[in-house]
Design a protein around this ligand. Sequence first.
Ligand code: G6Q
Length: 547
Amino acid sequence: MPNLTQLPAWQSLWDHFAEAKQRHMRELFAEDPDRADRYSLEVGGLFLDYSKNRITDATLSGLMQLARESGLPDRIKAMFKGEKINSTENRAVLHVALRNRTNSPIHVDGEDVMPKVNSVLERMGKFAHAVRSGEWLGYTNQPITDIVNIGIGGSDLGPLMVCSALKPFGHPRMNMHFVSNVDGAQLKETLKKVHSETTLFVVESKTFTTQETLTNALTARDWFLQRARDEKAVAKHFVAVSTNQKAVADFGIDPSNMFEFWDWVGGRYSLWSAIGLPIMLYLGEENFTELLNGAHIMDQHFRNAPFEQNMPVLLAMIGIWYINYYGGGSHVIAPYDQYLHRLPAFIQQLDMESNGKQVQVDGTPVNFETAPIIWGETGINGQHAFFQLLHQGTHISPIDLIASLEGQGSLPGHHEILLANVFAQAEAFMRGKTADEVREELTKQGMSGEALEALVPHKVFGGNRPTNTLLMHRLDPRNLGSLIALYEHKIFVQGVIWGINSFDQWGVELGKQLAKTIHAELTGKLKNAEHDSSTRRLIQLYRQANK
Ligand code: G6Q
């Protein structure tokens, strides 16, 4: 495996950086009237303007060289071919197979996975049709009106984000609810809103061993049985999505009500699999297929486009430029679209769980930064809150501004205001405001002398702050599919550059183990396990409060 810091391109980029970091984007725009045309591209229904980055042609060619020297072309091939690139779990990484719309064979352990993928999709389609059409009836012969998804992490965030994003495409009879927190408050409040006769619970867990999900599912089942008073009714109201058939059966859900997926689908990459069942129930089979089609467009583009015109590669390598050269340890996701309000949380998991790693694939510690801290909020709300730091704080934090051009269904006059803000923010981050411009502005307002000069430094904006503007023609299933796949591949590329395994998550597994002993202590099943004094004291406090 190549050692990143020893690669020739890594070194030459450092030489280039010494000069490049002095440049202001204002100058770069002034020097090149075609900059916006040259530094933008369109894939399917997505348009990316990456011109407002601190890059030049030399930066880009250095970064692309780094991608090649890091072995990216081979790694892309390996993923699409189904090689076991998740080495610590000895698994292939094949979310791309789930949306492989050409059906070309993809082999894992000598078996083409496409027939299984298609057969689960078909079962999901039939089931979704039955529920949506009202053919599937609850135990009192009423159609389903409410879907409660029970899952956490990868078995929650993807379906939740997509169902929120595509609400205008949702079935008018169907209300979607997502329960992930083991804090009983979430399930309790959800159950207040639904009726046992018309609710379908979808229990989603890849492993079917996750404590939060199983606890919520058991409580939901008890609640249901208290009302239905018939074990047989459970089959009409509980379905499971998992890779673990035995655990599903042990839990009491009939395996004929289980939708399968496979260990080569990572949790945070699983919305395209049966984990997408709530999405299909809400949006219908056709729209779910469109979501897959959109992702497939991005997959094909990622696999085939030259790096210089490859959207995921460009976003990833520009990200590397800031993370590893500028030392910008955070990255903001700012959707200017209320329907995309869960996108920052979704990308946060996707990126931070994939690339929040400190050793390379061969186990050697990295000697450079890896995943940035991903955070964000709807852009327009962010503007009235944390954007202050982004404009005038001391951190460099690149921002992805995401919006759709068509304001379908927006109230008259609203979409223009929204988009005006996107474009204005991108411009302001790039240009900033010089002291002379501030002086001129204040003079026009009638200020002068000492009072004016005292205010100038506070009103100066350095600018030169990077943004990517990502525009969808419209927010629809196809374009959303492309957008999600874009981020998946961007994250994959960065993982390859850093030489890490983007597809395991030992930090998450740790969380799953840690609470077990303490839970036994809190419930009185175990006494005096060994702990530090702080943990012992916290356990005592709980015991006193809950005698
Ligand atoms: C995702 C992570 C994690 C996982 C949850 C739920 O990539 O591994 O977020 O999805 O911990 O796990 P289960 O689906 O097994 O319940």
